[in-house]
Design a protein around this ligand. Structure first.
Ligand SMILES: Cc1cc2nc3c(=O)[nH]c(=O)nc-3n(C[C@H](O)[C@H](O)[C@H](O)COP(=O)(O)OP(=O)(O)OC[C@H]3O[C@@H](n4cnc5c(N)ncnc54)[C@H](O)[C@@H]3O)c2cc1C
Length: 136
């Protein structure tokens, strides 16, 4: 959310070709993509919290939730960095710091790959974590 808010505010102030970059269609597309993803992530978080309160949350659902929201957060941070142009790689605007933090979250408490395999096992019944032992 901070990546989106920083990017939105920056695009209203930064001018190129005599206009705020917020007025350019491609910049708006990125901002809309960010806020659209954030809205979906928040709804999913509320849904997951309600399932937890009702005692109906299981591990594959948690994996799917983590996979979805962290992947989207990663994409949002990358878009925000892009919208800030060269300033996006400076610590002054925090976005690059969030990007580094999200890379950590993408890996800890189940990498995206391993959470994918947990969901894959839940829906197929096949456990793909390790190759089958060779026949020889
Ligand atoms: C910021 C940060 C904080 C952390 N904090 C903690 C902590 O507090 N406590 C703690 O115990 N650990 C912590 N960790 C460690 C974290 O849990 C591990 O880094 C994570 O589980 C991945 O293990 P690994 O680094 O050994 O990578 P590996 O297991 O070597 O994985 C490397 C790559 O191979 C993929 N991979 C691995 N196995 C499979 C498979 N079967 N099929 C397909 N792909 C596979 C992974 O998805 C990954 O892309 C932290 C890590 C980070 C980055």
């Amino acid at each position: 959310m901070d990546c989106y808010e920083v990017a939105l505010s920056y695009t209203k102030e930064r001018e190129q070709f005599g206009n705020p970059i917020a007025s350019f269609q491609l910049v708006q597309q990125k901002l809309v993509s960010m806020v659209n993803d954030i809205s979906q992530m928040q709804l999913l978080a509320i849904h997951i919290a309600r399932l937890k309160d009702a005692g109906e949350l299981d591990a594959p659902l948690v994996s799917m939730f983590k996979m979805n929201n962290v992947s989207k957060a990663r994409g949002i941070a990358a878009l925000a960095r892009e919208v800030l142009g060269g300033n996006g790689v400076l610590l002054d605007y925090r976005v690059i710091e969030h990007m580094a933090d999200i890379e950590g979250v993408y890996t800890y408490e189940g990498t995206n790959d391993v959470n994918t395999l947990i969901v894959g096992q839940a829906i197929t019944g096949h456990r793909a974590f390790a190759p089958r032992p060779s026949a020889t």
